[in-house]
Design a protein around this ligand. Sequence first.
Ligand SMILES: [Zn+2]
Length: 137
Amino acid sequence: MHEWALAESIVTATVEEARKEKLKTITQVTIYIGELQQIEKEIFLFALTELSKSQKPPIQKDAFVIKTDKSTLSCKNCGEHWKYSDMKKKLNKTEAESIHFIPEIVFVHARCPQCGSPDFEITTGRGVTLSSIKGVR
Ligand SMILES: [Zn+2]
């Protein structure tokens, strides 16, 4: 499951960073998940909590804060930028769901709102970012 692999790399990075900062306890870990990142938040959070057990320094049980990073798309033809959230309103439920599972499907359903070109790219809001770590020294 890729949620577990992602969670593992987040926990590893968190612990490494906390050791560098000489934290005794990790109290808050903020993570951004791109709107167009294929991930099940509940599984991801569960994996994070499970993998946090018996870490040194310890990670508090409710330390993880997961936020959504808005996705932006940009047209390679005319340079127009637009938000995935604006586009999502025009999609039906099945289309929105299929994009959630396979982000590349966005290219099948979307066209540039300015020039109608299907040639665009995802500029922000993809992937998982470890944003900040707070703790007690
Ligand atoms: Zn365009």
